[in-house]
Design a protein around this ligand. Structure first.
Ligand code: FE
Length: 337
């Protein structure tokens, strides 16, 4: 894929029926708030002449707002992180299907909604981190539940969407019974009650509270790129295993978005999503939060490349999202706080 952004957008705009009136602005509801996203927005504005009006907030608030506004919503595009939130917006009828050859061609099929209501634009892996020098660290997600690791694991709460989507993917790959057994095994192996964010799990390895920690890749990559208190200064104490290599591959979640159901500027909205799939936007989009680009062949940020090569699970996240309700039920059953 060697097309330039300008060429890519040229195609986009020629292919759509973008009118002058519609092209003037785009209302973006986003729960992303990373510095490099600024560059993303200003480049799009420059390339297209479309002004982006941004409404930022946390994902759940934005979903509630979209629902409350209904047909009168000014939202054109909704951007957020985690499959579970995109799936929820989809189920609530807050997104509309998008027909775009560019998105179909550039975004892998397993990180798009089956009805094309949402698309992943960057990915994050859920990695097994462990104390450097730990003998026989777990090599798979299922092995984390092995009694050999009793009292050793730090992992955050089941209210966290990353763990919800991870369990939903385990249901998809290994079935409900194995998933329930796994969740119960993790609870038995916890070093402490679930607390804090993913970075706090990494800090737990540094402080010696846990030998093993589950965290998304970008929290660790961020600690490589910039100073993260309690992690960066002791980063050599932390090693990691790419899970399920030779099996399903590492679980990948996503950051993504879609066009709002009642978008006043649908053509501009599609053009924006197509722009997000361009090589340059992919670089900003992923590097800004140390994530993996969704589009194949796009150069990785240095901090992300430092994590090394691995096999990713290419399970269909749209199918995984169907298991989120069951995942919640299992968390409750096994008492995963
Ligand atoms: Fe996060």
């Amino acid at each position: 894929m060697t097309r330039t952004i300008a060429a890519l957008l040229g195609t986009t705009i020629a292919a759509s029926t973008l009118t002058a009136a519609q092209a003037q602005e785009l209302n973006l509801y986003s729960s992303r708030h990373y510095d490099t996203d600024e560059r993303l927005y200003s480049d799009f504005e420059e390339l297209t002449g479309i002004t982006i009006n941004r409404i930022e907030g946390n994902a759940d608030e934005l979903i509630a707002r979209l629902a409350a506004e209904g047909e009168n919503s000014p939202a054109d595009v909704f951007l957020t992180v985690d499959t579970s939130r995109l799936a929820r917006a989809q189920e609530m009828g807050l997104l509309q299907p998008v027909e775009s050859e560019i998105l179909e061609e550039r975004i892998p099929a397993n990180i798009q909604a089956e009805d094309n209501t949402w698309f992943g634009f960057s990915q994050r892996a859920r990695i097994i981190f462990h104390a450097a020098g730990l003998e026989n660290p777990p090599q798979t997600y299922l092995e984390l539940a092995d009694p050999a690791y009793e009292g050793m694991i730090c992992i955050r709460s089941s209210t966290n969407t990353y763990n919800q989507t991870l369990l939903a993917s385990i249901i998809e790959n290994h079935g409900e019974d194995a998933a329930r057994e796994w969740a119960a095994g993790i609870v038995a192996n916890m070093a402490r009650d679930p607390q804090g964010g993913d970075t706090d799990q990494l800090r737990g390895i540094v402080s010696g509270e846990c030998e093993i920690a589950v965290s998304n890749s970008y929290y660790f990559a961020r600690a490589i790129r910039t100073e993260v208190e309690g992690v960066s200064g002791s980063i050599e104490m932390i090693d990691w295993v790419w899970p399920d290599q030779g099996g399903n591959g590492a679980h990948m979640n996503l950051s993504g978005g879609g066009v709002a159901a009642h978008a006043p500027h649908p053509e501009a909205a599609v053009a924006f999503l197509e722009y997000l799939a361009s090589d340059q936007a992919q670089q900003y989009f992923s590097a800004g939060n140390d994530e993996f680009p969704a589009v194949e062949g796009v150069e990785l940020a240095e901090s992300v490349a430092a994590l090394g090569e691995f096999e990713a699970d290419d399970v269909n996240l749209s199918a995984v999202a169907q298991n989120l309700g069951l995942a919640q039920q299992i968390f409750n059953e096994v008492g995963w706080e």
